[in-house]
Design a protein. Structure first.
Length: 94
């Protein structure tokens, strides 16, 4: 237990989030949340889950600098195109 929360409660929230995304993607009725989304407990659960996902980091930083010279090379462009094709194929596969 951490902050009065059990691992099972955090796992239920993580499973619910995955089920919610799946339902939204399929256009079906989303499942009911395991706790009231507006409750303090929900906030605590999300905080613990986020800390697990982020490895304990409290903040993500994004590098918004323009890509360097290497990013515009033909090798990088070819790899990006292959990655985008694979991504599209996975989406189409369902």
């Amino acid at each position: 237990r951490r902050l009065g929360l059990s691992i099972a409660e955090v796992e239920r929230l993580a499973a619910w989030q995955a089920d919610l995304l799946e339902a939204l993607g399929a256009g079906t009725m989303p499942p009911l949340p395991p706790v009231d989304p507006q409750s303090e407990k929900s906030l605590q659960l999300r905080g613990v889950l986020d800390s697990v996902r982020l490895g304990g980091a409290q903040m993500l930083t994004l590098d918004l600098a323009p890509p360097g010279k290497a990013a515009s090379s033909q090798v990088v462009q070819d790899e990006l195109q292959a990655l985008e094709r694979d991504h599209r194929a996975l989406i189409d596969f369902g």
